[in-house]
Design a protein around this ligand. Sequence first.
Ligand SMILES: Cc1cc2nc3c(=O)[nH]c(=O)nc-3n(C[C@H](O)[C@H](O)[C@H](O)COP(=O)(O)OP(=O)(O)OC[C@H]3O[C@@H](n4cnc5c(N)ncnc54)[C@H](O)[C@@H]3O)c2cc1C
Length: 497
Amino acid sequence: MKKKVIIIGAGISGLTAGVYAQRSGFDVTIYEQHNIPGGLSTSWSRKGYFFEGGMHWLTGSSPKLALNRVWKEVGALKENNPIYTREILSSVVGGGKDGGDLHLYRNAEKMRDHFLENAPEDRKAVMRLYRDTKAFQKVHLPINDLFGVKTTKPCHPSLWELVSMAGAGLKYPVLTKETFEHYVNRFSNPNIRHLLSSLIGSRYNALSFVYSMGAFSSGDCGFPQGGSLRMAQNMADTFTSLGGTISYRSKVQKVAVENGKACGVYLNGALVPADSVIVALDSRTAVDTMFEPRLEEKWISKLRGVTTEQNLFFGLGIEADLSKYPFSIILPLETPFNVGGNTYSNLRLYNYAAMPGYAPEGCSTLTCLVMGDFYDWWKAKKDEGTYRAEKEKALADFIKIIENAFPETKGKTAASDLATPCTYERYTASYKGSWMSVWGPGGSSFIFPSASKSVEGLYFASERNQMPGGLPICAWAGRKAAQCLCRDNSMTFNCGE
Ligand SMILES: Cc1cc2nc3c(=O)[nH]c(=O)nc-3n(C[C@H](O)[C@H](O)[C@H](O)COP(=O)(O)OP(=O)(O)OC[C@H]3O[C@@H](n4cnc5c(N)ncnc54)[C@H](O)[C@@H]3O)c2cc1C
C-alpha cells in the first residue's frame, strides 16, 4: 500500500512538493484553507477587470536554466502560458532627454548606452551598474539532488556552471554590505534613481538588486501569460491528474505528533492520519501556530528573527484606453504619497491596457505594488475600528494621483481594490501578510532545513526556506522537501518525462 502524505497548503511550494511526491509513489492529499490554489501567487476579477495580484516576473522562465526544468516537471509552464519577455523593464514617461521617455532596458548594453545618453554626468555609476549586471548574468539558483536520494533524472550543476558564477562571487562581500538605496543614490539623475529604486524593496542590500538586474539581462524573468492563477491551476491540474487529491476550504488546525513522529493533522477537531506531513504554509507562521507543544529547534530562533517584506496592492479598472503608455511605469511624485505610515516619492504602476483579457474593450487595468513594513500600522487600524475608512482614504488618494498623472482617467474609475498585509494574512496565513524575506545590508542569507531535526516524517516547503524567497525558492523548497521524503522512505524521486 502507498504511504500517505499530507501537505498543508496549495501555494506554489505545496503544489511543487505535491506533484513530485505523488509522482514518486506516495498517496498525497493537499489541504488548502482557500477555495483556489496558488496562495500568495494569485489573481482575481472585479467588475470585468482582471487584477494580477501576484507574479510580475518568473525566475526560471528561461529554458537555459535548470530551474526551468523544475517548472516544467511540475506542470507550471505549459502550452497555455507561453512566456512573454519584454525588452523594456520599466519607464519614466517623459523622464528622458528632451522630454522623451527614460527606459530601463533588459539588455545590459542598451541600458548602459541609454543611461549614458540621458545622463552623461553619471558615467561612473552607469558603468558600475553595467559591469555588475554583466557579472551577475551567469548567477542563478543551482538545482541539485540531495545526497543519498535516487532519482529518475539526476540534476547537478556542471563544473562550468559553478566556475562561471565564481566571478560574481568576488563582488558579494561589497554588495551584501551596501544598501540598495546607497547603490542607487550614486546616480545624480533623479529619474534614473526613480527608475531603479522601485525594482525591489528599499530595505534590501545592493546584492539583491544586482542579482535581479543580472537575471533580467540574461533573458530570464519573463511573464507566463495568464499570470499567477493560470500557473497555479496548471500545477493543481498536474497534481490531480497524477492521482493526488486537493481538499479546498480545509483549514488544518495542528500537525499531530506522537512519540517524536508526525502522524497526521487535525482538521475540524478530528485526526486525519498520515505517514508524513509536509508543512507548506508560511513556515514562519507554522512554527508558532501548528504545533502543540511548540516546535523548538535551533534554526527556528533564526527564522523568527527574519525581517519580512510586505506590500499594498492597488488595482484600478479604468474606462479609458491607456495602451499608448508603457507596461511598467515609474511615476515620480511631486507631492509624496503617505500611506500605511510610510512615505513614497515614486510609484511603480503596471498598465495591462495592451494585454488581452484584462479589461473590457477600450478600457484598462492599472495596478500598483507599494512595498514596505506596514503590517503593524494596518493591524492597529483594524483594532481601532478605522481599517475600512483608512483603506477607502488610501484608495481615494491613489486614484487622485493617477488622475493627475493621466488626465484621461478623471472620473473614469469603474472598479477599485486595495489589498493590505491584513488581506494577505487573512487569505494565506502568511506571517504579517508578508510575501518575501528581506536580505538587508550586512545580514546573512539563511537556508532553513527542509526536514525537521526532532520530529520524524515532518518536512517544510515554503518560500521562507531560503532568503529572500519568492517563486524560485518555492520550486526549490518543494522539490527538496519531496526529495527528503523519498530519501527517508527509500523511494526513487520521480521527475517525470
Ligand atoms: C503582490 C505580490 C507580487 C509578487 N510578485 C512576485 C514575482 O513577481 N516573482 C516572484 O518570484 N515572487 C513574487 N511574489 C512572491 C510569491 O508570490 C510568494 O513568495 C510565493 O507565492 C509564496 O508561496 P508559498 O507556497 O511558499 O506560500 P503561500 O503562497 O503563502 O502558500 C501557502 C498556502 O497555505 C495555505 N494555508 C495556510 N495556512 C493553512 C492551514 N492552516 N490549512 C490549510 N491551508 C493553509 C494558504 O491559504 C496558502 O494557499 C509576489 C507576491 C505578492 C503578494
